[in-house]
Design a protein around this ligand. Structure first.
Ligand SMILES: [Zn+2]
Ligand SMILES: [Zn+2]
Length: 447
């Protein structure tokens, strides 16, 4: 009796084990297939009609650039395309933002982000699709970011049977200083989302190459403005005035010592006074001078330290020349951006996906950059990963950097960005299905 029941129990366990492995095979794509997905997606995105559709979207947005929180037409175009693909979305999120959903509707939720805004800049490139809005231009490639995320949406929607989770498409407003990402987070765009990927165009890397790094990548940034007040008067009788121009000049020189004498030389920081306004005549000492600038660092602690010392130095140094000074920092239009810090597990995932698609020699380590990205607001909440996609225009003798009125990109890069976006989420889902969740709670990489 005992041995019969033991035997039955063994058979039951064996049966359950078999069932489980058959079931697992059904829901899991094999390792080889997973590594082929990035290449398959790239070939899909390169197909004539899909490539041309993405190029068309990019050119349409390029012709009609809109500034932060004014991306109404861009947002409308995105929603029309999502409608055509049968993708559901929320709108408006943070004024013009759109949040779309593809997949099972179940966890895990992974987000892909594109920024939509242009810059206050007059385009100087003469071509068929030049900006039609005077003084506005897509000179940071955000038009390509939207086209690539829509491309990814198309790939994912066509392959939604591969999705073991939900992809959240985040189209955000106002990256260029307006902190659109912060507003998207506040509006709940990351609700239940456990990781986010973002990309940026790079006009210095060639087609088919990507760059990124683990840990801190882009600096955090802050802005300051100070009004230094003295007493105006005749420029030839200075003893009756208190000269704020001389005081401001000394303030600027003293500020330079914060980096050269107080900061750790191995902790990269920048402090630039970029604004100096005061006086309007050759023979009048003005009442006051306004100075302003930006400061950058790779850790919140260093940013905080700089902020405190900037205020102390301006106020104290102005006093030396009998002036008063008031300093302001963060305002509605001048937000502090945290440093962009890439999650190390997502970095490993990115290296595998990009390596499978482009070859490991095309996945380059990025140098630290003192520029800032508001993608960092997402990374403050959940693990996030930002990478750069090579879009160098080979017809130019020297590449032109972002924010230049001569900015040009190679549209042949659009399929790469779209396919990378799509492959990253599919790989994320498959890694998590394998029973190895990437995160058991989030904490930033050590700075
Ligand atoms: Zn920019
Ligand atoms: Zn940008």
């Amino acid at each position: 009796m005992m041995s019969y029941s033991k035997g039955f129990f063994l058979i039951l366990i064996l049966f359950m084990f078999l069932c489980k492995s058959i079931f697992s095979d059904m829901i899991l794509v094999s390792k080889e297939e997973v590594s082929e997905i990035p290449m398959n997606f790239l070939n899909f995105a390169k197909k004539g009609e899909i490539f041309e559709w993405m190029v068309g979207i990019r050119r349409k947005i390029h012709e009609n650039p809109e500034l932060g929180y004014e991306e109404f037409e861009t947002s409308k175009l995105i929603r029309e395309e999502l409608d055509k693909m049968g993708i559901e979305y929320k709108y408006p999120v943070a004024v013009t933002g759109v949040v779309g959903f593809i997949g099972s509707g179940k966890p895990p939720l992974v987000a892909l982000r594109a920024d939509m805004d242009a810059l206050s800049l007059q385009e100087m490139v003469e071509w068929e699709h030049k900006s039609k809005n005077p003084g506005k231009m897509h000179a940071c490639g955000h038009d390509t970011h939207v086209a690539m995320l829509l491309g990814a949406a198309k790939i994912l929607q066509e392959h939604r049977n591969l999705l073991k989770g939900t992809v959240v498409l985040v189209f955000q407003p106002a990256e260029e200083g307006g902190g659109g990402a912060k507003k998207m987070v506040e509006a709940g765009a990351l609700e239940n989302v456990e990781a986010i990927f973002g990309l940026h165009s790079s006009t210095f890397s060639p087609l088919g190459e990507v760059t990124s790094r683990s840990g801190p990548m882009l600096a955090g940034s802050g802005f300051f403005e100070a009004v230094i007040s003295g007493k105006g008067g005749h420029a030839a009788i200075p003893q009756h005035s208190i000269d704020p121009i001389l005081a401001a000049s000394n303030v600027i020189v003293s500020l330079q010592h914060l980096i050269s004498r107080e900061a750790d030389p191995l902790d990269s920081q920048v402090l630039t006074v970029a604004k100096f306004q005061g006086g309007g005549a050759f023979n009048v000492i003005p009442d006051s001078v306004t100075i302003g600038g930006t400061f950058r660092a790779f850790s919140k602690e260093s940013l905080q330290q700089l902020k405190q010392r900037i205020e102390e130095v301006i106020v104290a140094q102005a006093t030396v020349q009998r002036c008063n000074a008031t300093v302001t920092f963060e305002t509605k239009d001048r937000l502090f951006f945290p440093p962009t810090v890439n999650d190390k597990d997502l970095h490993k995932l990115f290296e595998r996906v990009a390596g499978d698609m482009l070859g490991t020699d095309k996945v380059k380590e990025m140098q630290l950059l003192m520029g800032s990205e508001d993608f960092s607001f997402y990374q403050e909440k959940i693990p996030g990963y930002l990478f750069f996609v090579g879009m160098k225009d080979e017809t130019l003798e020297h590449p032109v950097s972002a924010h230049s009125p001569y900015f040009r990109i190679n549209e042949a890069a659009l399929p790469f960005g779209a396919a990378l976006h799509a492959s990253l989420v599919v790989r994320y889902f498959s890694d998590n299905q394998a029973g190895s969740p990437m995160h058991d709670g989030y904490h930033h990489d050590e700075l």
